[in-house]
Design a protein around this ligand. Structure first.
Ligand SMILES: *Cc1c(COP(=O)(O)O)cnc(C)c1O
Length: 401
């Protein structure tokens, strides 16, 4: 296909939507990745919280191979065993009862927005349509979900945007109260805002938010696209907060790297979507749903919640310890294995140096380095990642001074 290093030199035929790192990855196994020149990397980004079981997890691979021999695709107008089984599994491990499958996080959130509006307009017969979301949030790149997203940069050049989205201040219940009107259909939020830099929702804020939703007949939508599937040490981040969302959206980690999205809702939402009111050609097709089932079974069998909780606590403690006196580190925070290290300066040059030193990590916003390793990550791997981080931060300070 391409010779070593060649891809970086040739003209690309892709739309330039990504500022790609100068690395061509060709192979992965557990927490390791290799580039086309044979260099290895410790992977602490897991394809953006997608490969929660590490790269090419064996049980999932075997299930995909079995399905590959059986059937790849038929229309959603037929019953599909893997799709039914994954929906039943998701209902049994969550506070929700029904699932709609699609192909990505944005589509799952789009389905949640549509479901919320239709529930009010068709089931309850009112005229509510507004969705309250939060500043610094991220909900996807379709026109509706980028409008829901509380960041200006994803909206530029796309006017006019769809109506019916308002933004409140995260962790500020008064701000939410001031946005509620007789048009409010739903409140949608991430419990840990990942994309913008690992901002955790406060317990008191989430409890009050849940009460507000109940009082005002507003649906509570939790976007678990990044936090779901064990990432925070529980299957879903909402379990940390003692609440029951009406709708949960999932994608990233659900099928270990095969494209899938899911919008899950409570029984009362059943009639929001009637026949023909929503659909997706590929949604819930056999390969990703087989992979999703195997992913969830593996998480439960290997008790990865316990592992991720312990590994996350260890990483957070160690990071806090070694970075405490570092003048360019202003905060270290996280939930489970979704960890953010906030610096006083922009992180992009540092991220590049971390990559060159063999540690793959991602930024969150402009000032945060995100650690999102596999849920199987070992203490040795965490120690190694922290050593590399400290070395690069030391060099950075040397250069600044
Ligand atoms: C990544 C992400 C999305 C969008 O998912 P896509 O699969 O890229 O469409 C939505 N919400 C959150 C919280 C995310 O992290």
């Amino acid at each position: 296909m391409y010779k070593k290093g060649e891809i970086l030199l040739k003209k690309s035929y892709l739309f330039p939507t990504y500022n790609k790192f100068p690395i061509t990855l060709v192979k992965g196994e557990q927490s390791s990745l290799w580039d086309d020149k044979g260099n290895s990397y410790l992977d602490f980004m897991t394809g953006l919280a997608v490969c929660n079981l590490g790269h090419v997890p064996q049980k999932v691979k075997l299930r995909i191979q079995e399905q590959l021999d059986q059937l790849w695709h038929v229309s959603n107008l037929f019953h599909l065993p893997t799709q039914e089984a994954l929906a039943e599994k998701l209902a049994s491990i969550s506070c929700t009862d029904l699932v709609f499958f699609c192909n990505s996080g944005a589509e799952a959130n789009e389905a949640a927005i549509k479901c919320a509006r239709r529930y009010h307009q068709r089931v309850l017969g009112n005229k509510r349509y507004e969705i309250i979301t939060f500043e610094q949030s991220f909900h996807g790149r379709t026109l509706a979900t980028l409008t829901a997203t509380g960041q200006q940069k994803v909206k530029e050049g796309y006017l006019p945007l769809p109506e019916g989205f308002v933004h409140a201040v995260f962790n500020d219940i008064q701000s939410v109260q001031s946005k509620i009107t007789d048009k409010t259909a739903a409140i949608m939020l991430e419990l840990v805002q990942g994309e913008s830099g690992v901002h955790l929702a406060d317990q008191a804020f989430v409890s009050e938010l849940s009460n507000l939703c109940e009082q005002h007949g507003i649906l509570l939508i939790i976007d678990e696209v990044q936090t779901g599937i064990g990432r925070t040490g529980k299957m879903f981040a909402y379990e940390h907060y003692g609440i029951e969302p009406d709708i949960i959206t999932l994608a990233k980690g659900l099928a270990s790297g095969l494209p899938i999205g899911a919008m899950m809702g409570k029984e009362k939402l059943r009639d929001a979507f009637s026949i023909g009111s929503h659909a997706s050609t590929f949604g819930g097709s056999p390969l990703p749903t087989a992979a999703g089932l195997a992913t969830i079974e593996t998480l439960i069998e290997d008790d990865l919640f316990e592992r991720a909780t312990k590994a996350g606590a260890y990483a957070l403690d160690e990071l806090k310890k070694v970075l405490k006196a570092n003048p360019i580190v202003c905060d270290v925070r996280g939930l489970g294995l979704l960890i953010g290290i906030e610096l006083t300066e922009v992180v992009n040059p540092i991220i590049q140096k971390l990559h060159q030193s063999g540690l793959l990590v991602l930024p969150g916003g402009t000032h945060v380095i995100r650690f999102m390793p596999s849920l199987y990550v070992t203490h040795d791997e965490i120690d190694l990642a922290i050593r590399i981080l400290c070395k690069v931060l030391r060099e950075q300070r040397g250069e600044v001074i």
